[in-house]
Design a binder for this molecule. Structure first.
Ligand code: B12
Ligand code: SF4
Length: 347
């Protein structure tokens, strides 16, 4: 078997399947394992128990999938056209800011299907081989793997950045038992820049390359189940689902390209919808309108919790108080408490 030629074909198939880049790396993640363990020991994962549940499987691919020799790492762009207008949405307190990665269809299934097609093409070419596909679906250190496979470097905000394409992309992997030739790891190009650290509204990038998730708006609005700590509520502004500030400010994103995936096209004008309109969605409407979207995961209760904070931050917005009052008797204590807080901001 000529593995060098096979690697060329795998790259070409990956691009045909809609990935912007395909790289190949081995399984050594020892240095990243140390960073991961320190991060967990400091409690930076907050309530995300799944981050520590799997022992060293996350940093040792062979423990997760015995027989793994190589990891085929892929990336797929998700930026909607006109991503620069995100600043206008952030500056307008009547509008809701939804993370640009979550405006369209959930990426997990889409990328897993494509990775499966890639595996099928390999199998059609060489016969059965050992593999397993992942897209944020198992304990995998995706960014470290992608860096080692040459897809980009881990920025000070901890997202993976590609020199020619910025950081608005998702990552996925095929663990495989094929002894493919290795790509070179990408070199780092943050230099002396610290813009992402400075702009973070909640100071979540506690040191270069270290995000304390407990402070990150993405964690607070998506992962955290209970009450959002008071100290972060003002800083959240109008961000109702995730946060992109560290990527919006990053100079490398001037090289990003809009996605060609129609599935990632924004739905229900979520790239600039009015807070009051979204707050009025009934539970049924929430379920219908977030069908197939990553947003569905948080459920209607946390949706209202997040929008209540944004409405509390929209002092002087006509209709905000009435909208909040309409939810003041909501069945959920979590929603009521956030609505009360928001009403106090208008008092
Ligand atoms: C948990 C998680 C989160 C958590 C924690 C984030 C975090 N930084 O860990 C929260 C909910 C906050 C989050 C937010 C977001 N996430 Co997220 N998340 C993950 C997940 C599931 C695991 C990440 C992880 O392993 N964290 C553990 C820590 C230790 O790793 P790390 O922060 O990457 O740190 C590495 C380096 O910085 C380095 N390091 C750490 N400390 C130190 C210290 C020194 C001195 C040095 C030199 C290096 C160093 O070592 C670590 C290991 O390589 C991955 C999917 C996956 N399975 O990998 C997606 C993933 C990382 N997320 C993703 C996305 C898109 C986001 C958001 C942009 C979503 C949004 N807009 O709201 C934000 C970005 C916030 C940010 N700046 O990170 C993408 C990133 C794509 C990319 N281009 O990088 C991923 C890969 C999912 C995917 N399949 O595409 N996420
Ligand atoms: S904003 Fe600057 S420091 Fe942060 S990731 Fe981008 S280049 Fe690196």
């Amino acid at each position: 078997m000529n593995y060098v030629e096979l690697a060329h074909r795998i790259r070409a198939w990956g691009v045909e399947l809609g990935f912007q880049q395909v790289g190949i790396t081995g399984t050594d993640l020892a240095a990243d394992e140390t960073h991961l363990l320190n991060w967990l020991a400091a409690g930076c994962h907050g309530e995300m128990d799944y981050m520590q549940r799997h022992g060293t499987k996350r940093s040792r691919p062979q423990e997760l999938q015995p027989g793994t020799l190589r990891v085929i790492s892929v990336r797929m762009d998700y930026a909607p056209p006109g991503i620069a207008s995100s600043w206008d949405v952030l500056a307008d307190h009547s509008l809701a800011y939804v993370s640009r990665y979550a405006l369209g269809r959930d990426y997990h299934k889409l990328m897993r299907n494509r990775l499966q097609q890639l595996a099928d093409r390999i199998a059609a070419d060489i016969g059965p081989f050992g593999y397993r596909a992942f897209v944020d679906s198992a304990p995998v250190l995706e960014r470290a793997i992608a860096r080692n496979a040459g897809l980009g470097w881990i920025g000070k905000h901890t997202c993976l950045i590609n020199r020619g394409a910025g950081s608005w992309f998702f990552l996925g992997e095929l663990y495989t038992d094929l002894p493919l030739p290795l790509d070179e790891a990408a070199s780092a190009h943050c230099g002396s820049c610290t813009r992402c650290i400075e702009i973070c509204p909640t100071r979540a990038i506690v040191a270069p390359y270290q995000v304390d998730a407990r402070r990150c708006i993405s964690y607070l609005t998506i992962e955290l189940h209970g009450s959002i700590p008071d100290e972060f509520r003002h800083a959240i502004g109008n961000r109702i689902y995730g946060c992109d500030d560290c990527q919006l400010i990053c100079p490398w994103n001037k090289f990003s390209q809009p996605t060609a995936e129609t599935d990632f096209t924004p739905r229900h004008h979520l790239d600039g919808a009015a807070l009051i309109e979204l707050f009025a969605w009934t539970e049924d409407e929430f379920r219908r309108r977030t069908e197939g979207s990553a947003i569905r995961r948080i459920g209607h209760e946390r949706w209202l919790r997040n929008i209540a904070i944004a409405l509390g931050n929209a002092r002087g917005l006509p209709g905000a108080v009435n909208a909040l009052l309409s939810r003041a008797g909501h069945a959920s204590e979590l929603v009521r408490e956030h609505v009360q807080w928001a009403l106090q901001q208008h008092a």
